[in-house]
Design a binder for this molecule. Structure first.
Ligand SMILES: *[C@@H]1O[C@H](CO)[C@@H](O)[C@H](O)[C@H]1NC(C)=O
Ligand SMILES: *[C@@H]1O[C@H](CO)[C@@H](O)[C@H](O)[C@H]1NC(C)=O
Ligand SMILES: *[C@@H]1O[C@H](CO)[C@@H](O)[C@H](O)[C@H]1NC(C)=O
Ligand SMILES: [Fe+2]
Length: 491
């Protein structure tokens, strides 16, 4: 109990000094009182930061040291003005629409002009603009607009806030490629990204992959209360996130609750990373997600309904009677009611704190969520569960209730995107029988759903600056396994 408390505090540890520095530099009386508060928190945190003893690691790979946080990325555009779109990222909305999200410093219209030829924008969509404040920080104008219907596997050229442009920089053209509407479908999976030199290395490797969509199981910016770091993270990932849909769920670093000052959790995350939680598309139309009504958990289909992805929220209520649990039950039950009995070939789930974990870091933190939800995922024959949080890679066998089970999900921890807290390299010894492969290195994963029965999972370690395939396994669809779908548990 105490050990768990210590580990949780340790995760917050680096956030607090940074917040103190940021607030102190503002120098107002409000800042002074929050400074006093933060110093108190800091003292508490340091008092509880005893580290557990170290054990041997499994992999023989000798890791280079952690890399520093990148200096705050400034606007790279010489003639940028207040209406220059920045931090552009996109996400899927149903089977054939895309939400474009971006920020401008000054007022600018929430319009996206787009088309399939460079420089020609026959279509236009207008969305909404929001802002938020956090202690003394005021965000820029956060815009989003949904474009479509779009053709699958097609490159679209677009510009944001284009109608108000007067300078060439703000009419800058971007492009994205829509995902295919059939298999094969290629995901990249990367967790706990942050914004360090290792993040840059991981992103370079991801950019070199030919993929359709990126999935992120939580811990995006490691802004850790310093809101301008959400902006620098947005600029760091924009070259990739404006070109392919990035579907994300929250980690503990997204919560950003501050006692008394910022009681509302997920303020920045919800404002900046809006996901399709409210999309209602009829099952069978190729996107049978049940709307969740909450940005902190949602689901969606890709590849014309061949793959269903469930994004769960590890840091919002998931227990008995919670809205998330009710929604999850409804969402999974709907899989069997697809028109023509066309159940998705693959069902994937993402969480932040892993439900299975043989690393010493964050032991037990996913247990309560697992107790609440594992039986539902098992009953729905979820094929794989990806988690972050532990800054290392680990792949388990198919596991249910702690034991190997041929009809249960494969569990993967992929919290090794490149964050500033470094790697979690202390493992429980001996390696449990259900753990197949574990290594504390930075890297990213790729899941290629080849056809209705086969998906190939590959983990690419950042071997210094080269991506090296370090683990690979075929995952066979449980829906296509008669031994599993006949014995389906009642939910
Ligand atoms: C803008 O936001 C309002 C309120 O949330 C919503 O009802 C409306 O549909 C949004 N408009 C667009 C174009 O997204
Ligand atoms: C699906 O892909 C796997 C792996 O490439 C292959 O062995 C199998 O024959 C494919 N199934 C079909 C029906 O094409
Ligand atoms: C169960 O597996 C069989 C054999 O692959 C398949 O034909 C059937 O559609 C599956 N049923 C469900 C509900 O997935
Ligand atoms: Fe985390």
């Amino acid at each position: 109990m105490l050990a768990r408390f210590i580990r949780q505090r340790r995760d917050e540890q680096q956030a607090v000094p940074m917040a103190v520095a940021a607030v102190a530099s503002r120098g107002s009386t409000a800042a002074l009182s929050s400074l006093v508060l933060l110093v108190l928190v800091l003292v508490l945190v340091l008092a509880s930061s005893a580290l557990p003893a170290s054990l041997a690691v499994t992999s023989p790979y000798v890791r280079p040291p952690a890399r520093a946080t990148l200096p705050l990325l400034l606007q790279d555009d010489d003639d940028a003005d207040g209406q220059t779109p920045q931090q552009v990222h996109i996400s899927m909305v149903g089977p054939d629409k895309v939400r474009v999200s971006w920020i401008t410093d000054d007022d600018a219209p929430a319009t996206v002009d787009y088309g399939t030829s460079s420089g020609e924008y026959p279509f236009s969509a207008t969305g909404n603009t929001t802002t938020y404040s956090y202690v003394l920080y005021h965000s820029g104008n956060i815009h989003d607009a949904v474009v479509g219907p779009l053709q699958p596997s097609t490159t679209y050229y677009y510009r944001c806030s284009g109608a108000a442009t007067t300078t060439p920089s703000s009419s800058r053209e971007l492009s994205f490629r829509t995902p295919p509407s059939t298999l094969p479908f290629r995901f990249v999976v990367v967790g706990d990204l942050g914004q360090t030199g290792w993040t840059a290395s991981t992103l370079k490797h991801v950019a070199a992959a030919d993929y359709d969509m990126l999935l992120l199981p939580g811990d995006l910016s490691y802004a850790d209360l310093v809101q301008s770091r959400w902006d620098s993270f947005g600029r760091l990932v924009a070259p990739l996130a404006s070109a392919r849909p990035w579907m994300v769920t929250q980690g503990n670093h997204e919560v950003e609750k501050l006692p008394l000052l910022e009681p509302k959790p997920f303020k920045a995350y919800n404002a900046r990373w809006r996901m399709p939680y409210d999309v209602s598309v009829s099952p069978g139309a190729g996107a049978g997600a049940v709307p969740s009504g909450d940005n902190l958990y949602y689901s969606f289909d890709v590849a014309g309904g061949a793959v269903h992805v469930v994004m769960l929220g590890s840091y919002t209520d998931y227990g008995a009677g919670s809205a998330q649990l009710r929604w999850l039950r409804a969402d999974l039950a709907a899989l069997d009611r697809r028109r023509g009995g066309r159940r998705p070939a693959f069902v994937l789930a993402l969480v932040h704190a892993p439900w299975y974990n043989s690393n010493e870091a964050h032991q037990g933190e996913g247990d309560a969520m697992r107790d609440a939800m594992e039986v539902l995922l098992y009953g729905a024959r979820v094929d794989a569960v990806f988690a972050g949080h532990v800054h290392a890679y680990e792949r388990f066998k198919r596991v249910y209730a702690g034991k190997e089970d041929p009809c249960a999900p494969v569990y993967v921890t992929i919290g090794d995107g490149g964050n500033r807290e470094g790697l979690a390299d202390k493992y429980i010894d001996p390696q449990p029988a259900i753990s197949v492969f574990r290594e504390a290195s930075f890297g990213h994963g790729r899941l290629e759903v080849v056809n209705a029965t086969h998906a190939l999972w590959t983990w690419h370690r950042n071997d210094d600056d080269e991506p090296v395939v370090a683990d690979q396994v075929w995952i066979n669809s449980l829906a296509a396994n008669p031994a599993c779908n006949r014995s389906k548990k009642k939910m």
